[in-house]
Design a protein around this ligand. Structure first.
Ligand code: SF4
Length: 494
């Protein structure tokens, strides 16, 4: 997009009929696309590229789910890179905006090219020399299936368990052995952590850990092929895999406990691992058909038709469904879910550092070695406060969090040098850190204006009061209020 001469796109208003927005060197243009109605993401991408005879056109599109304003619909870039959380696809759908297509040929000015090049080379070398490089290359985020199982925190049967009996059938290693055919990379990345697979009729990129776990252990399924099918289906329908799995997993647990009867669900019975019913429900949700019309509003809203016990079983914070990481065994993640402005996911802070066991760095950076102990609550407020600034920085630089944050490649000093060389404006580590901190506070203040209250900074009751029953995290719960209080004190809030 930068090559078109534009830095940002702000879309206001709504169109009467379905359109896509085309941005080129000549500026923006709205193009009618009635034929794209009901198309999947890939069909839309191909139709737009074909209309302009340009196979390099970059297209961010919504699928049928976005058109039907499913509240957890996504926006998918060039067929398989997904902006999945918080229902941004529904925002595009509500505006009758099917896609944004971009192509540009202008050059991008760099203030000090040689200095900039040297710094980017430094970054590339730091990535290639990283101790986790090989594993990330081979398995990408799917390494977390075995990793979290080993720690006893792999969401299984909707967070009722943290270990999974049939892990070997659904692990990242198993996927790499059976269906992966090659590595793929996002634009300009030298990690190549994405994978391409062929499985029956399905050929696609991915899945990432969250989708793999969501459609295996989280819903009690041992069927790896089904998870690969769902990865493709959800990306083409344009629907967030985590929130889809939450509404389904929640219903499974509610039926297990007799809290939602089949007659309250248009006769649908949903057992653990019942992939036929899951397949049918996913399609009904995307098209808002039958009971799917209500499930399309997400687990939090749908649960309000049932009793308090059922509502408490929705694994969400501020209405956003929780990711596949049980906070009872990764306490900084728990704090992140609780305090993040948009709710229960990792992308506002991603405190992966607590899994690295780098106690010396922890001591230096956060004042206590406990910050690198996943089961400790001490030091996590400082870790999350630091991580949220780096997470925001990766977003501002449009860099991947796997690299910037999880591989610990970015820091304020490096970014100050990069931005100074790139723009010719003077940045310092302090000015950047201050800007990140101020933006985080602004985010918090906006939430307060939108009606979010301090009591919303919490976790579902299960994580606070139900200890895990087995595995390496057996007996653990989260004292979330203690960590939130510490975090607020650091941020001088309340
Ligand atoms: S940008 Fe991130 S997700 Fe994409 S290939 Fe690189 S490390 Fe993997």
């Amino acid at each position: 997009m930068r090559r078109t001469g534009f830095d940002q796109i702000i879309i206001t208003g709504k169109c009467d009929a379905l359109i896509y927005l085309l941005i080129t060197d000549h500026g923006p243009q709205f193009v009618d696309c009635p034929d794209c109605a009901g198309m999947t993401v890939l069909e839309t991408t191909r139709a737009i590229r074909s209309a302009h005879r340009d196979w390099n056109l970059q297209v961010a599109a919504i699928g049928p789910a976005g058109e039907h304003c499913v509240l957890f619909s996504s926006i998918v870039s060039s067929g398989n890179r997904v902006c999945g959380r918080t229902g941004m696809g529904a925002v595009m759908g509500s505006k009758n905006l099917k896609a944004i297509a971009v192509t540009g040929t202008r050059s991008v000015e760099v203030a000090e090219p040689l200095a900039f090049l040297a710094l980017t080379e430094e970054v590339r070398n730091a990535i290639a020399g990283h101790p986790e490089y090989e594993t990330r290359y081979a398995l990408g985020t799917t390494q977390l299936m075995s990793g979290l199982h080993r720690l006893g925190i792999l969401p299984t049967r909707h967070f009722q368990h943290g270990v999974c009996d049939y892990l070997d059938q659904i692990s990242g290693e198993q996927l790499a052995k059976t269906y992966k055919v090659k590595n793929k990379a996002c634009f300009n990345c030298n990690v190549h952590c994405s994978r391409y697979y062929v499985c029956g009729d399905v050929e696609a990129e991915g899945p990432e850990f969250e989708t793999l776990c969501s459609f295996t252990s989280r819903i009690g399924s041992d069927d790896l092929k089904f998870a690969l099918e769902m990865n493709y289906t959800l990306n083409q329908l344009g629907m967030d895999s985590l929130s889809t799995a939450e509404v389904i997993g929640w219903l499974m647990e509610c039926q297990q406990r007799g809290l939602v009867r089949p007659e309250e669900l248009d006769g649908v019975t949903l057992d653990w691992g019942d992939i036929e019913t899951v397949r049918r429900l996913v399609d009904m949700i995307a098209h808002r058909q039958g009971i799917g019309a209500r499930l399309a509003d997400g687990a939090t809203k749908f649960s309000q038709s049932f009793g308090e016990e059922a509502q408490a079983l929705v694994m969400q914070v501020k209405g956003l469904d929780i990711i596949c990481g049980d906070p009872r065994g990764i306490k900084a993640y728990g704090l992140t879910y609780a305090v993040a402005s948009r709710g229960a996911d990792h992308l506002r802070a991603e405190p992966y550092f607590e899994l690295t066991e780098q106690t010396e760095v922890a001591e230096q950076r956060f004042g206590t070695a406990k910050a690198a102990d996943r089961l400790a609550e001490e030091g996590k407020a400082a870790l999350v406060t630091y991580s949220e600034k780096i997470a925001l920085l990766t977003d501002c630089l449009t860099m991947c969090k796997n690299i910037g944050l999880c591989m610990d490649i970015l820091n304020f000093e490096l970014v100050a040098e990069l931005l100074t060389a790139g723009t010719g404006m003077q940045y310092t580590a302090t000015s950047i850190e201050r800007a990140m901190a101020e933006a985080t506070e602004l985010d918090y203040e906006l939430n307060r204006r939108f009606g979010v209250v301090p009591e919303d900074d919490t976790l579902p009751d299960r994580f606070q009061n139900e200890p895990l029953a087995e595995g390496p995290t057996k007996g653990a719960t989260v004292d979330i209020q203690k960590m939130v209080d510490e975090y607020n004190a650091l941020h001088r809030r309340r």
